[in-house]
Structures are given as C-alpha cells and as structure tokens.
Write a protein that binds this ligand. Structure first.
Ligand SMILES: O=C(O)CCC(=O)C(=O)O
Ligand SMILES: [Fe+2]
Length: 337
C-alpha cells in the first residue's frame, strides 16, 4: 500500500530564510508560481527513502526560469531543437545538482540481450532512476496509488510489470516550469547520473512507439560539461545513394543547459553522450529528461531499463561516490551505541 507523505520538521533558520527570500522575491514576479511546501518530503511505497522538497532558495529561483530564451536550431534536415544556454540560472545550478545527487535513489541496471543466438549480459554504463506513468493512468493525489485515467478506479495489480512511482515534489516542480516554457506536457521523468568520463549513453533515438509521433523531450544538464553528439540517421543505401555518414553535430552541454528535442528530430536523428577522458568529464553529471508516454508499454519499458531488479545506490558524501544503499534499522540500542 502506498504510504501517506511523511512530514519532517522545518528548521527555524530555513523558515526565516524563506520569509527573507519572499521579501526579496517581491521585487521581480516569477514567471511561474511553483507551489513548493518546505515541510513535506515526498514518500511513496515504491521509494526506498523519502525525497525532500527543493531547498527554498532553489525552488524560488526556479520560478524565474528559463534564465535565457531558447535558441531554435533547425538549420539541418529534420532537426528541430530549442537550446537554452542556460535554462537554470548560474546561482542555483550547483545547488540543484548537489541536492539531486544527494537525495535521489539510483540504480545500475543489468539486462540480457540476444544478438542472433548469442545472449550477452549488459550493465548500463551510468546510474539511472525513473518516475511517472503513461497517459492511461494517473497517481491519486491523496495516497499516491495508481488509478485508471478514464474510470478513476484503482488499476488492476497486473496492469504493470513494475509499480509506477510518482514524481517526487522536487522533480515535479521542474516539470511544471518546463511545461510552461515548452508548451508541452510530460508524464515521465528519467534521470541519468554519469559518475565520470567512463559513463556514457551510446547513439540512439527516443522514437519508441509509446511516445507517439514527433515526441517532445526536454533534456537538462547539471554538473560536469559533456559533449552531446547528434547525427542524422543514414538513408537506406541504394545503387544511386551510397551509405553516407554525415558530420555529427556537437553541443558541449554545460550545467544548467536544457535542450528540447521535438518535431521530426527523434525519427531522423540519433544522439549520444560519448565516453571522454580527463577534464570536467571526471566529475559527475546529472541528466534529467521529461517525456510523455501514451501507452502502458512505455511504463513497463522505462521501469525495466531504468530501475530494473537490482539494488539501490545512493551518493555517499564522505566517500564522494555512489554506494550500494540498504535500509538500516534504527533502534534505541544502535542510536545509543
Ligand atoms: O545525458 C544526456 O544528455 C542524454 C540522455 C539520453 O539521451 C536519454 O536518457 O535518452
Ligand atoms: Fe535519449
């Protein structure tokens, strides 16, 4: 059963800070009013641990996003991008990065693929986590249970292979702002954490049927600068048309940047974050994508490849790395020891 949200105590200092920020915010009206409660962490029966709300300073500043207008890029065939450099202002991008790396739970998903008769075990070369449910369902606002969008009745237990997870408040705040500035709606949030230059995502397109035709995908970068490569899908080779590799487009995505991929982009272009050595790539990078899945298959696919069946990882600030996480039972004895 989904649990009801837990409340955490508000330190007085943050309440004072909040009222000071409110006073400062009066000078400039936010573009979007993001209603974020500082009191309640987000919890759900599917979450290994509760996820706090955004720090008030970050939540308030997010109301003024995007920091700059998006620049349209459509100077190549079938390409339609809107590039915000940055979307998240320089004075909060670091705090948002540190907050999400610390407070989210991640997975290192393993799965088997079959090429011909050969089965191979793949470990996803990055940490991932995912929240959301496709359009056929929604989360109850009272207890977080999954309801049928049409009937508003609880969905049968076997509708999904995995249990869908609602977006925690901190990511939902970013979703709302992103919807406002892209004129699109989203019901999924995928998060990637690239620990260093060895983590990557190979060339692919997010053109699955469950996203519908011409899907819009809003993709945020936080932390280390990494190259985002794009190349046109090759035209089918023929006698008059030899196979051709176009020059890839290289966007060095910096912390706070957002790239909206839309229109014919996914059906015609591939994108990747290649492995890199040295420099900024040795530091961590978070990527957040918002998407809209329209059918149940999307929900099953996203949980299978971004949560999987393995253990939970959480950032360890002392060791400065992702570490396997397990719930520790806090009894009076362990606390006194
Ligand atoms: O990390 C990125 O910028 C890209 C991630 C991506 O393409 C994906 O998750 O589908
Ligand atoms: Fe992608």
């Amino acid at each position: 059963m989904p649990s009801t949200p837990v409340s955490s105590r508000v330190p007085i200092v943050s309440a004072v800070l909040r009222s000071m920020q409110d006073a400062f915010s009066l000078a400039k009206k936010p573009k979007v009013e993001v209603e974020v409660s500082v009191r309640d962490a987000s919890s759900h029966s599917t979450y290994p641990f509760p996820v706090p709300q955004l720090p008030p300073s970050v939540a308030d500043a997010l109301g003024f996003a995007p920091a700059v207008e998006g620049k349209a890029i459509h100077d190549q065939p079938d390409l339609d991008l809107l590039y915000f450099q940055p979307y998240i202002a320089k004075d909060i991008e670091k705090d948002l990065f540190e907050f999400l790396r610390q407070e989210l739970f991640f997975y290192r998903v393993e799965y088997r693929i079959k090429r011909g008769s050969v089965e191979t075990q793949i470990t996803t070369p990055r940490y991932t986590t995912v929240f959301g449910v496709d359009e056929t369902s929604r989360f109850s606002s009272t207890d977080g249970s999954v309801l049928d969008s049409k009937t508003n009745k609880p969905v049968p237990k076997d509708r999904y292979k995995a249990q869908p997870r609602p977006l925690p408040g901190c990511l939902d705040a970013l979703r709302i702002v992103t919807e406002g500035s892209t004129s699109e709606t989203y019901n999924f949030c995928l998060v990637n954490y690239y620990a260093n230059g060895s983590d990557s995502i190979s060339y692919h397109s997010d053109d699955e049927r469950f996203l519908g035709p011409n899907p819009a995908i809003a993709s945020f970068s936080l932390g280390a600068k990494r190259d985002f490569l794009m190349k046109h899908k090759p035209a089918p080779p023929s006698a008059t048309n030899p196979p051709e590799e176009g020059k890839p487009l290289k966007l060095p995505l910096a912390s706070g940047d957002m790239i909206l991929m839309r229109g014919p982009t996914q059906s015609n272009w591939l994108h990747s974050i290649p492995k890199r050595k040295g420099g900024e790539s040795e530091k961590g990078r978070i990527n957040i994508t918002f998407r809209k899945a329209i059918t149940r298959g999307g929900t099953d696919n996203y949980y299978n490849y971004n949560v999987g069946t393995g253990g939970v990882f959480r950032w360890n600030p002392e060791r400065e790395e992702m570490m396997p996480w397990s719930p520790t039972v806090h009894t009076e004895e362990t606390e006194l020891a």
